[in-house]
Design a protein around this ligand. Structure first.
Ligand SMILES: O=P(O)(O)OC[C@H]1O[C@H](O)[C@H](O)[C@@H](O)[C@@H]1O
Length: 642
């Protein structure tokens, strides 16, 4: 008998006379030992989908945790895990040069899904490895966990929340249940509102306080309320069709609480033609709220407080705080607690600023791309399932082959913000030290994500990747450039030049260069060790047909779902982020100290020696606290021209 915490699965049930619960479709049959709504004890529970009909008193959408999911064994105890551990020895005996000779193997490791080609033949894996990884997926109950996510169960157990960002991009007629309610209609109600609002702004129907159209948008937000939208904006900014749609408009982001960032974001803008979007899931994030107040001051100092309703709008799950801030609730765009911050770019968080810049239809293509990959993820057998295969291979690299990092290397300048975005998605999701039941992990989960577009990275950190540490690389390229350039007399087009590196780097890492090769080339003996490339360094290549809104969506979903797969197999909760809290609460103490020291000359106290020393040193430097006549201190660049 297992103790069951709470997950809404959207079923009806009835209490049997004996005080337990009974379901009636014949496929599942369970009873509870108590009538409590929040702590039920279930027996004889099957993992099959629940379809429970109530004959007595309907209790729509009450909470039940799927025992089959919550009771999964610690991953390291699984037989497949142990088999993979012993399989490492086999792989270590084999150089990638050898593996790459087996064309049948390579062929089986190249997959095409909806126009995207993924080649993982340069992973340090044989078909046996893949088979064992798939066995691990089965034993780790990966498909049950994926299904639990899609069925709106509260798989984010430490926050008692469902994880349903996939519902944000589902078509209008889809049905995705959360706590017994289909959430798709509310998703589309917000999307429709965004469409209508963005069209009004773009057409000039919605004007600012002085009657001018709002051509510039500043989106304030941080973390998940910033990185995803910035990534998609950077990817579309140079796309020809999106470029035309954005003509005459600008979209900027303000994230850092450093006033320098606000200065940069507002530089050259006029409040009369600027719309500020405050994006915050909680509407309490200190950085975002201070930046929002700064921008409000920037607007009201020129246009008066009445202007806020025309020039400031919000995206949040906390509509009460939005109203208290002074933003008209009519101009607030909601999302829900079942959308994690780092998974929120397909909610109003990303859709609103992007629709203002590119028009709603363009953003809809992006949503369609994510949905296409989501569907592939949910419905495709694991042997052919890209997020599953890539997720499993990452687990293999991190946990079994001991590679702590992954490099994300897009051979596309338009994907310059992919790595920073995935860095948050992955490191905040999987950077955990305990399993979902709270027990410490006996293995490493999570990975260090970093990256830069090629070819820039080649002239920076690739040295370490080629001859230093082993870092599995994701190479990402596109068949067609957003900006084709070919100049007469040049050997290849500029895009071909770029992509020559994309193809070459993967083989350079896999094959390396041996001592014998160097000797045959006549390299001076003393230099040979320095010039040897060991090779045997794994990578995978993702080739997109082109880089547009749809493929950017596919790529995003590929990474999001791959990262979820990793977390599911590691047996962790990929959807909470308690690790960011401690620093925040300590900053609150420091903030109070700084305020007391600046305003009442209070001495620094209550900190350790080192922090006290540094604080005192910092406080010696004078920062203005007295405002101007208006009571505000804004650097001159941030003062709007009057
Ligand atoms: O959207 P907000 O509530 O302002 O949160 C912004 C960000 O801050 C937090 O510290 C979390 O670590 C992020 O996951 C989140 O995206």
């Amino acid at each position: 008998m297992a103790s069951i915490a709470c997950t809404w699965v959207g079923v009806s049930w009835s209490r049997t006379k004996g005080g337990g619960l009974h379901c009636f479709d014949g496929s599942v049959d369970f009873e509870t030992s108590g009538p409590s709504r929040t702590a039920l004890k279930l027996t004889n529970f099957s993992a099959r989908p629940l379809k429970v009909f109530n004959t007595a008193k309907p209790l729509e959408g009450r909470r039940i945790r799927r025992e089959a999911v919550s009771e999964s064994m610690a991953s390291a105890d699984l037989a497949a895990w142990k088999k993979l551990q012993s399989h490492v020895g086999e792989i270590e005996k084999t150089h990638l040069r050898e593996l790459m000779k087996d064309e049948k193997r390579c062929q089986s490791m190249i997959k095409e899904v909806d126009g995207i080609v993924v080649d993982f033949s340069r992973q340090r894996a044989t078909s046996e490895t893949v088979k064992e990884l798939l066995a691990l997926a089965k034993e780790a109950k990966l498909s049950e966990k994926i299904e639990a996510m899609w069925s709106g169960e509260h798989i984010n157990s430490t926050e008692d929340r469902a994880v349903l960002h996939v519902a944000l991009r589902a078509p209008r007629d889809a049905e995705i249940l959360c706590d017994g309610k289909n959430v798709v209609p509310e998703v589309w109600a917000v999307l429709d509102k965004i469409k209508a609002f963005s069209e009004k702004v773009r057409s000039g129907e919605w004007v600012g306080a002085t009657g001018k159209p709002l051509t510039d948008v500043v989106a304030i937000g941080i973390g998940g309320s910033f990185l995803g939208p910035l990534f998609v904006h950077s990817a579309l900014d140079t796309e020809p069709e999106a470029g035309k749609l954005a003509k005459g408009r600008s979209l900027r982001f303000l994230s850092n609480v450093d006033p320098v960032d606000a200065t940069i974001a507002l530089k050259g803008l006029d409040p009369e033609t600027t719309l500020v979007v405050v994006v915050s899931k909680t509407f309490t994030t200190a950085e975002t709220m201070l930046n929002a107040r700064t921008c409000r001051t920037w607007i009201t100092s020129k246009l008066g407080s009445e202007a806020v309703s025309k020039h400031m709008i919000a995206v949040s799950t906390n509509l009460k705080l939005v109203k208290e801030f002074g933003i008209d609730p009519e101009n607030a765009f909601a999302f829900w607690d079942w959308v994690g911050g780092r998974y929120s770019v397909t909610s109003a968080v990303g859709v609103l600023p992007l629709a203002l810049q590119y028009g709603f239809e363009k953003v809809e293509q992006f949503l369609k791309g994510t949905h296409s990959m989501d569907q592939h993820f949910r419905n495709t057998p694991f042997e052919e399932n890209l997020p599953v295969l890539l997720g499993l291979l990452s687990v293999w690299n991190v946990t079994f082959l001991g590679c702590p990092a992954r490099a994300i290397l897009p051979y596309s300048q338009a994907l310059q913000k992919l790595a920073p975005h995935i860095q948050q998605v992955s490191m905040e999701s999987n950077g955990k030290g305990v399993a979902i039941d709270g027990t410490p992990l006996s293995y490493q989960a999570g990975e260090i994500e970093f990256g830069e577009p090629g070819t820039n990275g080649q002239h920076s950190f690739y040295q370490l990747i080629h001859q230093g540490r082993v870092i599995p690389c994701d190479f990402i390229g596109a068949v067609k450039s957003q900006k084709p350039v070919y100049m007469q007399g040049e050997k290849v087009s500029n895009h071909d030049e770029l992509m020559s590196n994309f193809f070459a780097q993967a083989d350079a890492l896999a094959y390396g260069k041996s001592k014998e090769d160097l000797q045959a080339e006549g390299v001076k003996e003393s230099l040979v060790p320095h010039k040897v490339f060991t090779g045997n360094r794994q990578s995978l290549s993702i080739l997109l047909p082109t880089l547009d809104a749809y493929t950017v969506g596919q790529l995003l979903s590929l990474y999001e779902n791959r990262i979820a797969v990793q977390g599911f197999v590691w047996g962790i909760n990929s959807f909470d982020q308690w690790g960011v809290e401690l620093g925040k609460s300590l900053a609150t103490r420091v903030r109070s100290q700084l305020n007391a020291a600046r305003t009442q000359n209070s001495p620094v106290e209550g900190f350790n020696y080192s922090t006290s020393f540094m604080l005192k040193h910092y406080l010696k430097g004078k920062t203005p606290v007295k405002g101007s006549e208006s009571g505000h201190v804004l650097p001159s660049e941030m003062l709007p021209a009057v």
